[in-house]
Design a protein around this ligand. Structure first.
Ligand SMILES: [Zn+2]
Length: 230
């Protein structure tokens, strides 16, 4: 974890980004909590879009989703996301109205966990608890780094309303930090969902956009591009 922070600090220096180690924190949540909160967010993965595009539609279909095969499969996977204090502010009231007690308790416990950790953080990464060593390794290296890059970019106002570009930019930064920019194409091929492929497709777009640009000027070039979509 400290290593990720060090990497992010070096990267920020290289790219002329603002960096403050106090921006970064994380919370462990259950896989059920992760999947239900992603379902109730604006996540555009088709597996969730099936149950509604608007959050209100997804709330109406919440029990269908909870009892579905999709849900049972999704909660086998480890993952993470970023929760912002701003969007979390009304969350407890939002879930308090849910009729299904089981779902409500899962989500109220999620609120307790966030409340305990968020403190002065504006945004916090959440990671799914696991006893499996390989998953833990992936969470504390790969996934946490991805989520913290989201936080770093948002704190630097480098994001758009278009999730595809946000994920693409995070993926580009992540793979450039790992010196794996030449492997984006093969990672794209490996993804078995269109949603997953989008991350790499757009990372390739950013890689090519700044290919011959000096490090300190890369972010300006990216900012100009993002302006077209904000
Ligand atoms: Zn992401």
């Amino acid at each position: 974890m400290l290593e990720i922070l060090k990497d992010l600090e070096n990267l920020s220096e290289k790219l002329n980004l603002n960096f403050n180690k106090d921006w970064f924190g994380y919370v462990w949540v259950t896989k059920e909590q992760e999947i239900l909160t992603v379902y109730l967010s604006d996540c555009r993965d088709s597996i969730y879009e099936k149950y509604g595009h608007e959050i209100s539609e997804r709330v109406n279909n919440l029990e269908n989703f909870y009892n579905s095969k999709d849900y049972k499969n999704l909660i086998k996977i480890c993952g993470g996301q970023v929760i912002s204090k701003k969007s979390f502010a009304g969350y407890r009231e939002f879930v308090s109205d849910f009729k299904n007690k089981e779902i409500k308790n899962i989500l109220l416990d999620f609120c307790d966990r966030i409340d305990k950790k968020i403190g002065k953080l504006e945004k916090v990464a959440v990671l799914t608890e696991t006893d499996i060593e390989t998953e833990k390794e992936n969470l504390l290296n790969g996934i946490l780094s991805h989520e913290w890059i989201h936080i770093l970019l948002e704190q630097n106002n480098l994001h758009t309303k278009n999730w595809k570009y946000n994920e693409g930019l995070v993926t580009y930064i992540d793979y450039s930090m790992r010196n794996k920019l030449d492997e984006l194409e093969s990672y794209e091929k490996e993804m078995n969902s269109d949603f997953g492929k989008e991350y790499f497709r757009n990372a390739i777009l950013f890689r090519n956009l700044v290919k011959n640009v000096f490090d300190k000027e890369k972010i300006e070039k990216i900012k100009d591009f993002l302006k077209l979509f904000s």
